[in-house]
Design a protein around this ligand. Sequence first.
Ligand SMILES: N[C@@H](CCC(=O)N[C@@H](CS)C(=O)NCC(=O)O)C(=O)O
Length: 261
Amino acid sequence: MATRKKPKAKTQAPKKPLKLFYSPIHGFIHKVLVVAHESGLWNQIEFVPIYPLRDGYSVAAINPLHKVPTLALKDGTVLYGSQTIVEYMDSAGKKKLFPKPGPKRWDALRRMALADTVFDVTVNMALEKAEKPMRSNVYTWYWPKVVRALDQMEHDAARLKGFDVGQAATLHALSYLNRQLGKGLMPPVPTKYDWRKGRPKLTAWWNKALERPSVKSHFNQEYQGKDTAAFAQEQIADVLRMQGRKHSSPTELQKVDFHLD
Ligand SMILES: N[C@@H](CCC(=O)N[C@@H](CS)C(=O)NCC(=O)O)C(=O)O
C-alpha cells in the first residue's frame, strides 16, 4: 500500500521580540543600530525600513510624531526619541554603553547631547535647501553651533576611553554631516568643508571607531532585506494588534516637495 507523505509543516521564522522602524540610509551610522549591536540585542530585532517622506511609510499610527527611529516592544509598548530607545536597549542588553550615575555618565550624556544637536541642526540645514527663497539666517545661526561642537569633539577625543553612548552618537552625527557636506550645504558653510582638517584627535578616533563590528554591521552597506511600504504596514498592524487596536489604512502623509535622506 502506498503511504502518503505527510505534508511538511510550514516553518516560520520565530517572531522577534523587538521591531525597529528606522530609515536605512546608505552611508549613515545609526546610533540605535550601533547600540543594538554593541548591547547584544541585534538578533532580537526585526528591522523595518521606513522612508519617512514617501507614500505608504507613515508610522503615525504608532508614533504621533511620525519619526524614525521608533521601537516597538513585544507587549505593544512603543518607544520613540533615539535617546529613549538607546537607553532601553542599554537596560535590556548585556554590554553597557551608559556608565553608572557619576561623572563618566554625565560626560557620556553630554557628548550624546552635543552630537545629537549637530545631527538635528544638520537635518534642518538640509531641509532648508528646499525653501524658496532660502532663509539665510537658518545657516548663519546653525553653522557656528556645528563648528564649535566639532571643536569640542576634538577636545573630548583626547580623553575618550572604551566605547560609550556618547561615542555612538558622535558617529551618528559625523556620518550624517559628512553625507550632507558631500551633497553640498549653503553659505556660510564652506564648499568642500572637511571637519577632519585641524582636528587630528577626532580624525584618529573616527578612523578607529569605523573598525568596530557595530559600525561595519550597516555603514556603507546596501540594505538587503524587505523594505516595501506593504511590509512596513504589516509590521505596524502587528504592533497595533499587540496593543489590542485595529489597523485602519495608514495615515496619509502630507505631500511635500522636498526629499530628506
Ligand atoms: N530627535 C529625534 C530625531 C529623529 C529624526 O530627526 N528623524 C527624522 C529622520 S532623519 C524623521 O523621522 N523625519 C521625518 C519627519 O520629521 O517627518 C531622535 O533623536 O529620535
